[in-house]
Design a protein around this ligand. Sequence first.
Ligand code: SAM
Length: 451
Amino acid sequence: MIVDKYDGCLVMEENDLQCTLSEFKNNRSTPEYIERGILKFIFHKNNIPYNSECSFEDLLTCLPDEVLNNITTGVKAMFFSGNKIDYKSFHDSYLFYYLEANIFKIWKPMLDLQLNNLLKKDLVILDIGTGPGSIPVGVIEFYKLLSVKYPEIHFSIVIDIIEAEYKFLEIAEYMISEVISLTTPNLKVNLRKRVHQILDDEFDYSGMDTYDLITMSNFLTVNERDNVKRGASILAQLSGILKDDGSIIVIEPGDLVNGKMLKNIRNEITNSSNMNVYSPCSGVWEKKKNFSCNCYSPTRTYWETPRLHRFLYQKGINKAGREQLPFQYVVYRLDGLTKYYVVRNKQHYIQLKDLSKHINEKVNVKANIRSVIERRKSNQWAVLLCDGSCIFDKRDSEIKAVMQKTFLIEMGLIFPVITGERLTLKNVRVKSTKYGLELKISKDSKIDIEY
Ligand SMILES: C[S@@+](CC[C@H](N)C(=O)[O-])C[C@H]1O[C@@H](n2cnc3c(N)ncnc32)[C@H](O)[C@@H]1O
């Protein structure tokens, strides 16, 4: 890896792609110091003596029933009333459950940038609605990994955060400093500005810097009503403090309702401002300037269920037992760049909009992965595709490539596919099913993936 001397971006050399992707081969696992940091905060707040010599399991047994009940009740109740969320009694529950559930989601959009040499070695980042600091913690962990792999490069991160709730600002500051205290010698992190304010129409941007990355995670969700209503205008205003080569990353939960809202906002902002979508959606055959589609395309992070979640699961919180974390995201930029180039040479390929004319024929297709569904019973993957030529507004309009899980490995592709990768499929048979068109992959098919 080298650093571009003009824009300060990390530029991949020969082996860097494999080396970077190899990080994504295995499940993510939360370092124990992050989980200890969470416990330490909760212990201090509740005046429980914290003994750092104790094993993790022993610390968990020191949590009094009353504290634990508050946490579990909060995790169960927090987002289920259907009303606008009021975090008043939920800060500890959010920290205990959601910090870990959210830190690794940012890795995917950051990887999208890194793969195109667009990630800066010195990063100035603004995180909005930081909560317990989930995104800054995730960004620091990503850079820690880089700094270990590339000890000759000196990395730095300057972090500003905006948060409406003072209690969350305190927690975020605590968690970020816990993580900073264990950085590597060649990574410098500075939590610079903590803005305790609601980001609304009156927000005064004049005191803010300009940023390489502006992030928001679970900020434009159903539970944050006013933000959703103002989603496009918030993003348009934020583009004014984004560097010309910076990115805005929006991450939202992996459900249908939030997915639709994320895309409605995306459609509105791309139609009304100079921001463009960098990833995960991009047209294969022509550049998409405006978006009107609204399909459901969750991505996921695979992880080792962390200790705190396993503990909550034992206490009856079923959702703490998840093996994957579904989420949705959009990366916006101002410079017109998209993750993938437009393919000019269309000959020998069938666009997805024309596939129905080729039922039972073998064809070649180039498309981006919208989402991946695991069919456990048949040990298959159904990979939902999009090339920008058509819209998937109903379940029976889906187009999927169906393959045995072992197929990619047999083809020498050992990294998991999740969302946004570009697939080239050759010699695949088009089948019509009650759930839409499927591309059947057989032994004489060929597959290529661009990450
Ligand atoms: C669901 S939490 C997400 C926290 C964190 N980003 C994460 O993904 O784990 C939403 C956070 O945004 C804050 N928030 C919501 N609307 C806000 C606004 N308009 N201005 C500032 N903070 C806001 C809330 O107080 C809460 O901490």
